[in-house]
Design a protein around this ligand. Sequence first.
Ligand code: R5P
Length: 294
Amino acid sequence: MADLEGTKASHEYYVDEPFANNRPFYVKGANDLDWGMKKRLANIFDEKSGNTVMFAFDHGYFMGSVSGLERLDLIIPKLLPNIDVLMGTRGALRTCVPVAGKKGVALRVTSGSSMLDDDLSHEVLAVDIEEVIRLNTDVMAVQTFIGADGQLSSLDNLSRAVNLGMKYSIPTMGVVAVGKQMERTPRFFKLATRILAELGANIIKTYYCEEFEEVAAACPVPLVVAGGQKLPEPEALKLAYNAISQGARGVDMGRNIFQSQYPVQMSAAIRKIVHEGFTDREAYAWYEEEIRKG
Ligand code: R5P
């Protein structure tokens, strides 16, 4: 029982003040979601910039040990200061990632193929919702394959994740896959991102393309842009800048960070673009200066 000595006797109800908690929520398409959903989205998207830096290190779920991710336990702690969200598998999170406060968790919940397969488009929803909750997940990442052989099953995976996510207030991120036979045109990305949003995904991970402003405008939830194959650093920063300046609310980059010769400086430079309004040229000049300083 609390000591009541010194408790203020009078109350102040501010009867002339309007109710203050009536602002619209800042994440696109999330205004009418439950408080718990919004809290998790706020763990992902920064309240000031509205954007996010996700670090994707889930490649091992079908590629095994890729170059740059041989030792997750060594690379991830170095990058933590520069990233907002850790995107990985439950196996990687549990074994290699320190429990660092204030970092969002994007958990890959689908799997089932490997790089030895001819067709990578067949996956299952592999992680139970109880496990998602246990790992304090902020968003479930579901791979989708629009226009590929596995389209139906991947959209079934997405829909089931959204159903469970709505039940327990955990957002779902639809991940647009591009495969060997799949288009990489503005038409394809407009189609795929919109389908995933209409099926209930709260965030869409996609690729940058021409007409990206139109892709973003037509999608009622935030887009985060994947990095794709390793590019020279100035090109990767240009990709991030183009995406953010044309409507993406973040990047979800892997290889262009962990395969850089200077992954810490690269992740910090990307952060400058995503959160501080740097252009790609400003960010690259900053990156070079940081390397020079050593
Ligand atoms: C997607 O399927 C992968 O698992 C990665 O999450 C994604 O490709 C992002 O990584 P990167 O920037 O290396 O393409």
